[in-house]
Design a protein around this ligand. Structure first.
Ligand code: NDP
Ligand code: OXD
Length: 317
């Protein structure tokens, strides 16, 4: 079916994650776009102006002579970094879609509330048949600080605000999100950290964000702070975080992303009682609605309009 394409319709090659090709096929069919499986792209190279990819092999996109736009299946574009991945001059559109944002909001709210209400401790208490109530503070006595106040960080902040937490965000440039105190740049990082009880990281992987959560920044947080990382594992210096948790300065961490995925079975994180590991599932791209974002951009491209949500690969996000 995928090879039965109509040459007047746009054609996109899809290298899907999680084997979701059939879902993408259905979603694009409903939007009058033809699609080919990544492995069969060679049969359609002259017609393939678009590619939707997750972790393409080096050289693969460069071997598509008609390629005009690359769509990232993820919000992050770090999987497109590196030698000979994105051909010179071909724009990259990153994924921005309501369902992806909603998934991240769910994850962040879930983890903040879980730590706030001590669920990480009650899980162990239950296993030990221990009935041991722990007093908890009011949300108005706690601040959630979000590293990366972009599409996902702003949406998570807005959702958390409804519970009564104080909210702060840190980004490169100043932001104006109602009810969220904006900090920006390296100079304002210490003040942001000093007031943060739940540190949520939604930063992209760039040279500037690498290792940002380290011994110094962790010690700048108030004692008893929690870490929630759903951005990229590269932001964390693992040995520093492990030491800070062992010392009790950091009360717990939820890590959806780690430096080397999948997490090595020798990692100390697995055994740490106050650490919650999830396998990079904080949010996912759902073909049934994310095809809208791709289809709209293909229409814009065909109409000669500017593309939305272009990534800046030099900046790294
Ligand atoms: P955005 O580009 O909308 O937001 C990124 C934010 O990070 C911006 O506010 C940006 O600041 C800030 N930022 C980047 N570099 C720096 C820096 N050096 N110092 C301070 N702030 C910085 O991205 P999204 O919100 O859509 O996505 C964020 C990340 O989330 C993705 O890159 C991806 O890594 C991760 N992700 C993880 C998923 C998961 O399942 N775990 C799912 C989806 C995404 P400014 O606005 O000023 O430029
Ligand atoms: C993304 C991701 O970048 O899934 O969207 O991590």
């Amino acid at each position: 079916m995928q090879n039965n394409t109509d040459s007047s319709r746009p054609l996109i090659a899809v290298k899907s994650d999680f084997d979701r090709f059939v879902e993408w096929q259905q979603a694009f069919k409903e939007r009058d776009i033809d699609i080919v499986d990544w492995r069969q792209r060679h049969q359609h190279l002259e017609r393939l102006r678009y590619a939707l990819v997750w972790q393409p092999e080096a050289g693969a996109l460069a071997d598509m002579p008609a390629l005009e736009v690359i769509f990232s299946i993820g919000a992050g574009v770090d999987h497109l970094k590196g030698e000979n991945i994105v051909p010179e001059g071909v724009p990259v559109v990153r994924m921005v879609q309501d369902s992806l944002t909603a998934g991240m909001v769910e994850y962040v709210v879930f983890q903040v509330l879980g730590f706030h209400r001590n669920m990480h401790r009650y899980i162990h208490d239950q296993r030990a048949k221990r009935w041991s109530p722990i007093p908890y503070p009011m949300p108005a006595e706690r601040t959630v600080g979000i590293l990366g106040l972009g599409v996902l960080g702003s949406a998570a902040a807005k959702a958390l605000k409804q519970f009564g937490f104080h909210l702060a965000g840190w980004s490169r440039s100043p932001k104006s999100v109602p009810g969220v105190k904006s900090f920006h740049g390296d100079a304002q990082l210490p003040d942001f950290l000093a007031a943060t009880n739940y540190l949520v990281c939604l930063l992209p992987n760039t040279p500037q964000t690498e290792g940002l959560i380290n011994r110094d920044t962790l010690s700048a947080l108030p004692s008893g702070a929690f870490i929630i990382n759903a951005g990229r594992g590269s932001a964390v210096v693992d040995d520093d975080l492990i030491a800070a948790i062992r010392s009790g300065h950091i009360a717990g961490a939820a890590l959806d992303v780690v430096n080397d995925e999948p997490l090595d079975d020798k990692s100390e994180y697995w055994e740490m009682e106050n650490v919650i590991i999830t396998p990079h599932i904080a949010s996912m791209t759902h073909p049934s609605d994310s095809a809208d974002h791709v289809a709209q951009n293909i229409r814009r491209h065909l109409d000669g309009l500017s593309l939305t949500h272009l990534a800046d690969l030099d900046r790294g996000y």
